[in-house]
Write a protein that binds this ligand. Sequence first.
Ligand SMILES: Cc1cc2nc3c(=O)[nH]c(=O)nc-3n(C[C@H](O)[C@H](O)[C@H](O)COP(=O)(O)OP(=O)(O)OC[C@H]3O[C@@H](n4cnc5c(N)ncnc54)[C@H](O)[C@@H]3O)c2cc1C
Length: 387
Amino acid sequence: MSEHVNLAILGGGCAGLSLARALVDEAFSERVIIIEPRRSYRHDRTWCFWAEAAHAHSGTVSKCWQRWQVSTADQVIDHKGSRLSYQQIRSDDFYQACLATIADAPNFELRQGLHAETVSDHGNQVMVETEAGAISADFVIDTRPRPPHTDIAALWQVFSGAEVETEQPCFDPSTAGLMQNMTSDEGGLKFTYILPTSAHQALVQTTRFALTRCPPDRLDDEFRSDLNAMINGPVTLHRWERGCLPMGQMELWTGESPRIMRAGQAAGALRASSGYGFLRIQAWAEAVAWDLVRERTLVNHPPGSRIEQKMDAIFLAALTRSPQAASGWFASLADRLSADEFGRFMSQSPSLDLWLKVISALPKAPFIRALFNGFPEIDRANHRVAL
Ligand SMILES: Cc1cc2nc3c(=O)[nH]c(=O)nc-3n(C[C@H](O)[C@H](O)[C@H](O)COP(=O)(O)OP(=O)(O)OC[C@H]3O[C@@H](n4cnc5c(N)ncnc54)[C@H](O)[C@@H]3O)c2cc1C
């Protein structure tokens, strides 16, 4: 007989732990197991987003910037948020807060050092195979990453960088450098992301919005040379942070059955036009916990309103067809939107009013072409869209 649980959460990363925490907060009384390969959690990323001062996660926010900047070689746009600030949560603080909540709930178990392998629906229960044997569950929520060859997106946000410490004071800790020194060419948009925590310390990343997926460590040399150009004097690199995030994911996996649901980045949680996902994952986790406790049903990531889906698709189609124009478009957006509107556009679901402002800030011809030509075809051999 295999071990039985009511709910198996596959993956104890952002989505899996957020859901577990939300279920504990909702006093979910059934047996839950979280299967996670990592044997220990370390600080592996920082999550940033725009939010008002008080929210459900403000206790774990490590730094807020009321000001942020977007720049090209000949234009610097300064934003000062009025309701919204740009906020940072360190993953180690987030993981520890979730682990502490789960540890206090006797019906929850985080089983580390274990991989979920095949998952199959047997009618009244789901079987999850692991290297330590099978586990059966009434429901499975699967947050495991998609195998790279099945992950297709309009654009890839690829970044490599590190937490750096300088001997000379080099940073202005009051301002986040969101998209600094933007340039674009046939390969897409490039910029530097600078999150200063003091005059001597910052997370600095070289980022590209690229048409094809590539291993982020390919940007390591570019990051080092961008850093050298920016900093005078000795600099120490502490923790590296790299990623390759899908923007406008296609052929999303939803649940194969009413008992199995995909979630997190693998299920399209990231905002298509920007790659931000932390707040969307939190909203999804709260909605699933609410429904599981009251209705015993699973809720998929909300796909966004029809207008949001359509506008994101047009925006990304225009970007993929005119990659060389991207720096001008983002500069124009930052210039024409207020600070709060820019923040809402990047990390939340923009309203119709905001989309109209976005349209009015951008050149019309590429967007009209994108609207009428539809989205580029999927090029399966290269796991990308074909222009
Ligand atoms: C470096 C980085 C920085 C980011 N910064 C931001 C940001 O600033 N703001 C923002 O909004 N978004 C950001 N994102 C995007 C997004 O919010 C994160 O990727 C987020 O962690 C996605 O959550 P997730 O649970 O889907 O994936 P993850 O957090 O990656 O969790 C997936 C989990 O699945 C586990 N797993 C893998 N294989 C198996 C298996 N076989 N069985 C069981 N479990 C398995 C993994 O170990 C992992 O714990 C960032 C992403 C990265 C990579």
